[in-house]
Write a protein that binds this ligand. Structure first.
Ligand SMILES: [Zn+2]
Length: 160
């Protein structure tokens, strides 16, 4: 009697295909257990009317990035003018970031870090730092630079 299963040689092992997290089909409706954003029919939203089915629990892509400290957009602000007008500029940044997150729940500000005599802000998306950079430039002049680095977007603004 043969009890032992013969083991396959390495190259004959069946291959296991695993989709990356982003490609996994999410069942809907789902609710992010961390931020509460809702997912239905391929769309993320803070409010979805008429959800009657039980809502499944998930972790939204934005919270996944926040938890992994994995930003895809950066905005660096520097200069004497920035330091003198910091509160005003930060309130503009928060205003735009809050509005954008209301409209596009996955576009978020992750954190603001002090860096030298300026700050660096990390975002979950590449659009928000650019949008905020343009708004600061429009309101306060200064020098704006936008660089794409692979899948990352690095924006810097400076006024002395
Ligand atoms: Zn979330």
């Amino acid at each position: 009697m043969e009890n032992q299963k013969p083991s396959l040689p390495q190259d004959q092992h069946p291959r296991v295909w695993r989709l990356p997290t982003e490609a996994k089909k999410l069942r809907s409706p789902s609710r992010c257990k961390q931020c509460g954003v809702l997912y239905q029919d391929g769309r993320w939203s803070w409010h979805i009317h008429g959800i009657t089915e039980p809502v499944l629990s998930t972790l939204c892509p934005a919270c996944q990035l926040v938890n992994k400290h994995q930003a895809t957009g950066f905005l660096t602000l520097n200069g004497d003018y920035f330091l003198a007008h910091q509160n005003e500029i930060l309130s503009l940044i928060h205003h735009i970031a809050n509005y954008e997150c209301e409209q596009h729940p996955l576009n978020r500000l992750i954190a603001i870090d002090k860096r030298g005599n300026g700050i660096r802000i990390r975002f979950t998306d590449r659009h928000l730092p650019k949008q905020i950079g343009h708004a600061i430039e429009q309101a306060h002049a200064g020098e704006l630079r936008i660089n794409y680095d692979g899948t990352l977007c690095r924006v810097s603004w400076q006024r002395n």
